[in-house]
Design a protein around this ligand. Structure first.
Ligand code: ADP
Length: 345
């Protein structure tokens, strides 16, 4: 095989790869390899070209015993750290070193670990409070009827918080499980949004919040999962009531040519006149357990999962979620969803 054949062979590989030939020098590498390791390494001794001790050890050992092995190789791509599995194996008279990108798998592992840690932490807080109250009721407050009443109602609130967290976790896992299944139901979105608003009307009254809903006169039909869509608007309207001011405006507009969706769509804006959200938080709001103000969220019964659920449901419906906010003036959450093609207005 000529060195040109070798270069062609390497360039057909979907991984960064290089061949070490005679005299322990780099004989050839592919474009992906150049991208990962830098240019101009051909002809150089592998020790000066590859540098990372674990990889150098692996190459040296494979040269000695001929048994293929893999080691971790660390790099970075712009401002992102990346992790590869570097596979070293004998190939003819030389060695083939190929690099398999493991960054996504590692990130997913890290996310799973963070998620379990977050859930445990979120559950532990109310649980610790409950255990404390139980102990007090068994001991010092045993015969104090007034304290007992007070403690029991606090305990009920803590238990409800755990209940909400578990329900949200179950919703999230159901939505994730269905993520790749196209929803098949026929839904009238106007009715769904009206129902979500109706379910929250007593909560709005308690907080003196006025809700308005501007909508098209005819039903807006779309293909979707009715329960999930109801959850989207319940979460958004409930947030607007909880974190907003005294007015929540919901507006629904049909657009036969919605550019963002490249087709007919419907946009629902949920706008409040509350304190708003600093723009640095906006990109992270849909992350699980991300809250601007943890204390405030807990106080109003938040779990930190509402917007994560919204984002998953909207993307299952091939829609978009947009957020905008002006501090001191309120926030707007817009949901764009594909609708059945409607005649031009
Ligand atoms: P939570 O259960 O805490 O409400 P969400 O995922 O629904 O969780 O929202 C995440 C965070 O986004 C909230 O804790 C709050 O800080 C912020 N947020 C959501 N909606 C609004 C809003 N309409 N106005 C101001 N802040 C909001």
């Amino acid at each position: 095989m000529t060195s040109e054949d070798l270069a062609d062979l390497l360039s057909a590989l979907p991984l960064p790869a290089l061949v070490i030939g005679q005299g322990a020098r780099i004989l050839a590498m592919n474009t992906l390899g150049v991208h990962l390791l830098g240019a101009g390494l051909e002809g150089r001794h592998y020790i000066t070209a590859l540098r990372q001790p674990a990889l150098l050890d692996a190459i040296e050992t494979v040269m000695r015993d001929g048994v293929a092995r893999s080691v971790e190789y660390f790099s970075h791509d712009g401002d992102h750290d990346t992790t590869f599995a570097a596979h070293v194996a004998v190939a003819g008279t030389g060695l083939l070193v190929s690099f398999e990108d493991r960054t996504a798998a590692q990130d997913a592992d890290q996310m799973r670990r963070d998620f379990v840690a977050n859930v445990s932490h979120e559950l532990r807080t109310p649980l610790t409070a409950l255990l404390g109250y139980i102990e007090t009721l068994q001991g010092p407050a045993r015969d104090d009827a007034a304290a007992r009443e007070r403690f029991l109602s606090t305990m009920a609130a803590e238990a409800q918080r755990m209940n909400r967290l578990v329900s949200d976790l179950l919703s999230l896992s159901r939505v994730e499980a269905d993520a790749r299944l196209r929803p098949t139901g026929e839904v009238d979105l106007t009715a769904v949004v009206s129902q979500s608003i109706a379910l929250l009307s007593s909560q709005a009254q308690e907080r003196d919040v006025e809700i308005s809903f501007e909508r098209p006169e005819t039903p807006v039909m779309m293909q979707g999962d009715e329960d999930q869509l109801r959850q989207v608007f319940s979460n958004l309207v409930e947030n607007a009531i909880k974190y907003g001011g005294n007015r929540v405006r919901i507006e629904m507009v049909v657009d036969p040519r919605m550019a963002a969706l490249r087709g007919p769509g419907v946009r629902v804006d949920v706008t409040d006149n509350g304190a708003g959200i600093d723009s640095i938080h906006l990109p992270r709001l849909t992350q699980r357990f991300y809250r601007v103000d943890t204390h405030r969220s807990r106080e109003v019964g938040g779990t930190g999962l509402g917007l994560a659920i919204v984002k998953h449901i909207v993307s299952r419906h091939r829609g978009r979620l947009r957020m905008s906010s002006q501090q001191g003036q309120g926030s707007r959450f817009s949901v764009l969803l594909p609708a059945k093609s409607a005649p031009d207005p």
